[in-house]
Design a protein around this ligand. Structure first.
Ligand code: NAP
Length: 256
């Protein structure tokens, strides 16, 4: 029997984990799709395609042209547009879809979180007085903080922030996780950080800064998730494998 064709929309640790589990399984013929934003993505043991599809139309065309049996949205919880496109293209083409999305972090005793709905609100939450900010939100939207030039920024991202911020005081760290709590505590202390700004991405790889802020009594401005598209979701690669096996079982293919 021909292998089932799966398209994984990736750009996350979970997508890589799932791709690694599917690679080499003769039941499946999986491709990982990346947006192409990271200059040097990690090598993968299965086919990788890179770059946008060209909106919903482009993704729907791809699903039909490539005879995709199952679409898995394993993009970052803050990658809103591609998730909406996946839901729409799935509905249009009748391609089954589920999301692999890690749960968000929850506030723990000792945390000092200020929850905000988006990055604009995060800028407002910093206030008028000068503070030393650790900006750990990725590079794509860092420029939003140009609106608050009174603060001193330490910006960490995988690839450089281009163009750099226009604020008078900004330092940059290029680095890829995971980041452990002890190192994060040392960084926050050494740079005399007053407040951490982060998205509620969830997962362990970047939780160190949250735990470190708690230990040091530092405020965290937490950008909360918007409600994800209304598609079924699982939280781990392991659960995704179960769902794949169920959705692509011979009985389901026959519509039984
Ligand atoms: P986005 O705003 O939701 O998507 C913007 C456009 O990028 C989409 O319309 C699509 O272009 C293209 N795209 C996004 N993900 C793609 C994928 N996996 N394969 C092919 N095309 C993709 O996305 P974003 O927030 O810029 O994130 C881009 C990538 O970085 C995603 O893969 C995401 O998982 C990853 N990432 C995002 C964040 C974050 O905080 N947003 C953090 C870590 C990793 P077309 O419309 O042309 O198809």
């Amino acid at each position: 029997m021909a292998a089932h064709r799966i398209l994984i929309l990736g750009g996350t640790t979970e997508a890589r984990q799932l791709a690694a589990r599917l690679a080499g399984d003769p039941r499946y013929d999986a491709t990982l799709s990346l947006a192409g934003r990271t200059a040097e993505p990690k090598a993968m043991p299965l086919p990788v395609r890179s770059g946008g599809f060209g909106g919903v139309d482009g993704l729907a065309d791809y699903l039909k042209r490539e005879n995709i049996d199952l679409l898995i949205d394993a993009t970052h919880p803050f990658a809103i547009r591609i998730s909406a496109n996946a839901a729409e293209a799935s509905a249009r083409t009748g391609t089954p879809l589920f999301a692999l999305r890690r749960p968000g972090w929850n506030e723990q005793p000792g945390d000092r979180w200020t929850r905000v709905p988006d990055l604009e609100a995060a800028v407002d939450a910093l206030g008028a007085a000068r503070r030393r900010i650790f900006l750990a939100i990725g590079r794509q939207e860092a420029h939003v903080f140009n609106r608050a030039p009174q603060h001193a920024y330490l910006v960490r991202s995988v690839d450089p922030v281009e163009p750099p911020l226009t604020v008078p005081q900004a330092d940059y760290i290029l680095s890829i996780g995971p980041f452990d709590e002890a190192d994060e505590r040392a960084l926050l202390t050494e740079k005399r950080i007053d407040v951490v700004v982060t998205k509620n991405s969830g997962g362990e790889a970047t939780y160190g800064k949250i735990a470190a802020a708690r230990a040091l009594g530092i405020e965290v401005i937490m950008v909360e998730r918007r409600h994800p598209a209304d598609v079924p979701a699982v939280a781990t690669a392991e659960e995704a494998l179960d769902r794949i096996a169920h959705l692509l079982s011979p009985a389901m293919k026959r519509g039984v």
